[in-house]
Design a protein around this ligand. Structure first.
Ligand SMILES: [Mg+2]
Length: 173
């Protein structure tokens, strides 16, 4: 059961991960979380850094899809500005809504990598739908209230993962 909380790799943030990493595992699709992974939850428009990242990945033949638990308008506006496909109100770690999207859009999960910032939503979700997951540190300290409750357990699990070396940094893979 605990295996479901172990990420495939660790990263400080999504911005440091180079395209070679995705290519090494044959990934042509990157699914990523939005809040605290690409930008802070209160950021309505994608940062310049986010725009450059998506462009760099697209130029390397990697399709980027945002799957977020946040509500539709915020995710929609943000993703559209980036030119990314998206799923909002995804209810990760539950699979139902994302699975529907994945099926409909013919996404090959064997050629997909997931990047997110939370053990209980992102890592668990990715492992449940069987995609390799990179767990990042939180981009900013500030979080929404519900996320704060999760954070307590998140910190605890993260400590174990690092201490017991259950996952390596993406650069060392
Ligand atoms: Mg997040």
């Amino acid at each position: 059961m605990w295996k479901k909380f172990i990420p495939f790799a660790l990263a400080d943030n999504i911005y440091e991960i180079e395209p070679w990493f995705y290519k090494k595992y044959g990934a042509t699709t990157l699914i990523c979380d939005l809040d605290n992974t690409l930008d802070a939850y209160y950021t309505m428009k994608p940062s310049k850094e986010a725009q450059e990242l998506i462009k760099k990945l697209n130029d390397n033949g990697i399709r980027v899809i945002i799957i977020s638990n946040n509500i539709s308008n915020r995710v929609k506006d943000y993703a559209k500005e980036l030119g990314c496909e998206f799923v909002s109100s995804a209810r990760k770690p539950f699979r139902y809504k994302s699975r529907k999207f994945i099926k409909k859009n013919h996404i090959d999960l064997n050629k997909t990598i997931y990047v997110g910032d939370q053990v209980f939503t992102d890592v668990l979700f990715a492992n449940r739908i069987k995609i390799k997951c990179v767990l990042c540190n939180n981009l900013v300290e500030k979080d929404q209230f519900f996320t704060k409750i999760n954070k307590f357990f998140d910190k605890y699990l993260r400590k174990i993962i690092i201490k017991k070396e259950l996952a390596k940094n993406w650069r060392d893979m």
